[in-house]
Write a protein that binds this ligand. Sequence first.
Ligand SMILES: Nc1nc2c(ncn2[C@@H]2O[C@H](COP(=O)(O)OP(=O)(O)O)[C@@H](O)[C@H]2O)c(=O)[nH]1
Ligand SMILES: [Mg+2]
Length: 380
Amino acid sequence: MSEEKKKKAGFFSRLFRKDRFEEVGPEASSVSDEVEPQIEDVPEKIEVPEIEPETPVSEIKDEDDSQENLERLQTGLTKTRKGFLKSLDEALLGKREIDEETISRLEEVLVRADVGVKTTYQLLDSVSDRVKRKELDDPDKILLHLKEMVRETLLEVESPLRVGYGSEPFVIMVLGVNGSGKTTTIAKIAARQKLANRKVMMVAGDTFRAAAVEQLTIWADRIGCDVIRGKEKADPSSVVFEAMERAIREDYEIVLIDTAGRLHTRIPLMEELKKVSRTIGKKLPGAPHETLLVIDSSMGQNAILQARTFNEAIPVTGLALTKLDGTAKGGIIIGISNELKIPIRYIGIGEKIDDLRDFNARQFAEALFSKDNSLDNFDY
Ligand SMILES: Nc1nc2c(ncn2[C@@H]2O[C@H](COP(=O)(O)OP(=O)(O)O)[C@@H](O)[C@H]2O)c(=O)[nH]1
Ligand SMILES: [Mg+2]
């Protein structure tokens, strides 16, 4: 490999955060020349993760605005919060006057937290304007103003998924690159629906990886819902077709369809996904009722790229942002909200079955800007 190529490879591996994934041997290299580079280049992770749910399904609590929920969210966001708020504090520390230098330090902090360049400029333009108008003259006011703006930005995309329970099944098709958390998110949603006594079906549409089908089946057994799976390497659309037929015939209320995040064939992923979506619609006009894109928030700016690519191919109706607990890049949620304006339905703040939250803008902004686990410092 030439030096130039090595350099490029280094750049892309950082961009796609290969270090976060385990290499999977020959399979990984055999698909390296596939199309759709932005998405396909994420190496896959095929092992079934440890899915010992510490919380029995019967104890999963429904969403609420309680202090307990907020504290869970704050704990989940610890890494992002620490980096973000600490650096903001440092940038503003001891400042009597808000000058150009302060603004450029804030810029650095926001960009580093993966808020994104465009969104950072928008936020700081608003700060600068108010500083000029002498409306913001001390660090605390700036923090409060930033928090308010973040909250406003997030409120625009706060739109929890309202599952309709009618005479027909409510169908959720779940998309995302491998490793983003599709299967886990499906399990978490299924568990919540099951708790509400709904008749839930999971469909193993990621037929290319035996481990993926297995993983979904284990979850289904744990949760106590049904899973439809085809033969290994079966055409995903045919599995989905049969599943839809059965869902309608047997009065299922919720159908959660897992899909592949990468294909081991020459067919472009997006074409395959479109076909699956069409198949669902043919069996049940108007379905899928939700096309949920799962995004790993620790991917940083690449998350926005992924969301755009998927959304251009298949209109995404909602987002689930996972792994907010494991990353310092939680600021990405602000950038994604501002740039894409796609409703954020859920956030994932851990691997356990009850670690999925309806996205709540106010709580999120609150948690992001809270200095410790108490809310005493902020009076909202
Ligand atoms: N920490 C954390 N891990 C998660 C979250 N969601 C998923 N994961 C983990 O991410 C890995 C990949 O998830 P999986 O559902 O298999 O992804 P898929 O390939 O898109 O189906 C697994 O180890 C999950 O336990 C989350 O919100 N937080
Ligand atoms: Mg999966």
